[in-house]
Design a protein around this ligand. Structure first.
Ligand SMILES: [Zn+2]
Length: 118
């Protein structure tokens, strides 16, 4: 039975995901810049580029949120608190960490948070 989590593997997964996100954010900003520079010759094009800008904005907002979670997880790896729920101090389930390596809460606390209880 494999109960322990492989912290080295976790770090690699976090760092890989982090690099992917940073690449994605950079690309989204590039697209935004191109849209602005190109201008919009008619109403249909303007609507499209407004939509694209909005989309790339919310994308980078989500991504920067995830990026923060990943940075926090990497910090917890450094200070030896990785895998400990930030709310109750209990152990986060290894299956959960395998699925979501940047998880901050155990399953019980995550459910509370989803319901707005914490
Ligand atoms: Zn908890």
């Amino acid at each position: 039975m494999k109960a322990a989590i492989d912290l080295k593997l976790v770090r690699t997964r976090l760092e890989t995901k982090r690099a992917e996100l940073l690449e994605g954010v950079a690309r989204a900003r590039e697209i935004g810049a191109v849209e602005t520079d190109a201008g919009a010759p008619d109403i249909a094009d303007r609507a499209t580029s407004a939509f694209t800008r909005e989309f790339s904005f919310s994308l980078s907002e989500n991504e920067s949120h995830l990026l923060r979670l990943i940075d926090e997880a990497l910090a917890r790896l450094d200070n030896g608190r990785y895998g400990i729920c930030v709310h109750c101090g209990g152990k986060i389930e290894p299956q959960r960490l395998n699925a979501v390596p940047w998880a901050r809460h155990c399953i019980a606390c995550q459910e509370l948070q989803d319901q707005g209880e914490i």
